[in-house]
Design a protein around this ligand. Structure first.
Ligand code: ZN
Length: 454
């Protein structure tokens, strides 16, 4: 009997519930040829020794060393792939200036496929090296370069969900960077969807086309309505920005006399496969509409600190049944690491709960019940992202894909502060969440294939 493609032995951390971590100590993980976790076997299980006897001398048996742990691969729900080329710059200016002085001129350069290839190769490799096994990408308005990004995800083994961005309103966008007109924007989007669906047929881990209006202020009504129809016709994912900042939120209220969520829904853009970035200013009716339509939120805590004018009440939205995951929002967020975003999600939520203005009395300063624990933020980066995309990813569990990162806490050049051989595993998990850097991520696997080694 040698039916499994790979057999792994080691200790794994995965989410049991949105608030609780499950620790699988010294388990066996049996991976089939589709890259799925077919069976998980506990040490006390009678099959455990039998499987070890069969596999332990074989090439497809992998035993973690002392101090190494499995985590699920991260799901990044919001990345502007072209903006990787400006990550870390210009975060001290307002959103409008940031878009027009830096971001649109940069994105316009992706008409050049050589430049696009250099940046896209690097951003996909960098995200994999940071443990991100699935990413939901905005590309640019350029159809060819957007297809190239999907091809790079396919060849590097990352599960990429990619959108050709639509910006068809001549009023809302600079002349040097927008779709030629609404008709062209919709034709290019349809051709893009067909090309990526074709590419997906030869890709083990999957790549997916995403209908991507940049945000309402950059699109015409006809453009938005056409995109809603394309999403329904091809049953695609949809992504956009929703109620991100005071300006964006009130722009939509002025244009339609309703909130962003209801305007997007009128165009058929809130669906079970929709993920909306930020969503800081949703009111309770907006949140109910998200829950009803199955629309998920990409929470981008680092980016929000610069551009969103607020801290999103994640705990409150979660309690109303909306799927929520984490996004790096490169380059509104400077970091390609979801570890960094887990940390910021916790920190921001604590500041929302306690408040930040010391001149106010303590009881008036914050918003009660806002805090997230690190276990909850880890859930958002993994299982929450998987639920947002309705894919079997983000958990180390039977019938989920083998998307994992192998963390080494005892790397000689960067040991984590673990001094007791019998240290509680949940404490080790928390140290990993707060202290891991890319060098601790020794291997990354997607759909049962190794895609990164350090
Ligand atoms: Zn964004």
């Amino acid at each position: 009997m040698n039916k499994y493609m790979q057999l792994f032995q080691g200790t794994a951390f995965t989410s049991k519930t949105p608030t609780e971590i499950q620790i699988l100590k010294d388990y066996l993980f049996c991976i089939n040829t589709d890259g799925m976790i077919e069976k998980i076997v506990a040490p006390e299980d009678s099959e455990y020794q039998t499987l070890l006897d069969i596999y332990q001398d074989k090439d497809n048996f992998h035993q973690l060393a002392e101090g190494q742990y499995f985590l699920p691969g991260f799901v990044d729900l919001h990345v502007h792939a072209p903006q990787w080329a400006q990550s870390g710059t210009a975060l001290d200016i307002p959103l409008h200036d940031w878009l027009h002085t830096y971001t649109f001129p940069l994105e316009s350069k992706f008409s050049n496929l050589d430049f696009a290839k250099r940046v896209y190769d690097d951003v996909v490799s960098t995200l994999l090296a940071n443990g991100t096994t699935t990413a939901l990408y905005f590309a640019t308005v350029h159809k060819e370069a957007s297809i190239l990004l999907a091809e790079i995800c396919a060849s590097k083994g990352q599960r990429g969900l990619v959108g050709k961005v639509v910006m068809d309103d001549p009023e809302g966008n600079p002349e040097y960077y927008r779709d030629a007109d609404t008709h062209t924007a919709l034709v290019d989007t349809e051709e893009f969807i067909i090309a990526v669906k074709e590419l997906a047929k030869s890709t083990k881990q999957g790549v997916y086309p995403v209908v991507t209006p940049r945000f309402i202020p950059s699109c015409t009504d006809d453009g938005l309505a056409g995109l809603g129809k394309l999403a329904a016709k091809y049953d695609t994912y949809v992504q956009s920005h929703c109620s991100e900042s005071d300006w964006a939120h009130s722009y939509v209220q002025d244009r339609y006399d309703k909130n962003d969520a209801f305007a997007l829904n009128d165009f058929g853009l809130l669906r079970d496969k929709s993920v909306m970035a930020h969503c800081n200013f949703l009111d309770d009716q907006d949140v109910d509409l998200f829950a009803e339509t199955g629309t998920a939120i990409a929470h981008c805590p680092i980016s929000n600190a610069y551009f969103a004018n607020s801290v999103i009440p994640v705990a409150h939205f979660h309690s109303k049944g909306v799927d929520i995951g984490l996004g790096s929002d490169i380059s509104g967020g400077f970091s390609p690491s979801l570890f960094d975003n887990i940390r910021q999600a916790v920190i921001s939520s604590r500041m929302l709960e306690d408040g930040v203005n010391p001149s106010l009395p303590a009881q008036d300063r914050g918003v009660p019940n806002s805090r997230l624990t690190v276990d909850e933020a880890f859930y958002l980066a993994t299982a929450g992202g998987g639920e947002s995309l309705s894919l079997p990813i983000g958990r180390i569990q039977e019938n989920y894909v083998w998307d994992v990162q192998i963390i080494d806490t005892q790397l000689s050049s960067a040991k984590l502060p673990i001094f007791d051989e019998k240290e509680d595993l949940h404490d080790i998990f928390q140290k990993i969440m707060y202290l891991v850097r890319p060098e601790h991520i020794r291997e990354v696997w997607v759909q049962g294939e190794k895609v990164h080694t350090r």
